[in-house]
Design a protein around this ligand. Sequence first.
Ligand code: AVI
Length: 319
Amino acid sequence: MSVAIHYHEHYPVNQRDGMRDEVLAGFAATPKHTSPKYFYDARGSALFEIICQQPEYYPTRTEEAILARAAGEIAELAGPDAPLLELGSGASRKVRLLLDAMQPCRYLGIDISRDFLIDSTRRLAADYPWLEVHAACADFSTPLQLPDDFAKARPLAFFPGSSIGNFDPPQALAFLRNLHGLLPVGSGLLIGVDLIKDVRVLEAAYNDEAGVTAAFNLNLLERIRTELDSDVNPRAFVHHAFYNAAAKRIEMHLVSKRAQTVQIADRCFHFQAGESLHTENSYKYSVAGFRQLAARAGFGALALWTDPNALFSVHYLCS
Ligand code: AVI
């Protein structure tokens, strides 16, 4: 079957230059850090999908169960003519629950990982022949622009997986404000948000037995090595993830096994033994805490669903 996908290139940034400059700045900073968006090359995106299937990583299956239960109500709240837009669409599996319930005429998937986006929108277009499928390769942590068909209607924006938690609170607020400005009045935002819970459950989710999260974290160094002309050796670092209760976040780090100097694009960076590169934060919220943040961005709370163990929340916000 032939499928029509409309590709949008709103963000003609030179991605490799942007990554090099940001990685160099992060390695030069104290403490050393990198942006989690650089996890998602093709291998990183594939590893993330495997993380989502690990028994310890509860967010994916919990959010899917919530969406399966709430899909009918969500479709009613969105209304019959709402196009669907998905931020950070990844493998676009959860969105199928919404497509089945809403039967929208148009879908736009936005993701930073181009090949992954193309694959997943192709699969959607093949499985939903009645759906007009659009794809935009973009970094949704920078200002976005919607294609006309979406900007003129009142879309339902879907931001699943608690990806909002990978922004620091000021960035999360800026992102939500930007999204609020982008969505026409009367649009909805359906957003998955991971909840604060027992530290053992949280830490197990980021330290799975099979070592997939460790491979995902270390793949960042492999990406730097191959894409940025670097001699960094991923085997000289170890994965470390823990819950920082004061900051309400899981922190992921790559800890240097020994004193070493790493070269990236003609610059040298020294690591002491035990020194870490901070690669990700994953903030956890209370329902009230997240509603406050959303309200500061201009969103009203319309509906909320959680699971029986209060592990995860899905908020329906209105702009
Ligand atoms: C994409 N994001 C919401 C995941 C999270 O849980 O913060 C990324 C992740 N990092 C390690 N495991 C999963």
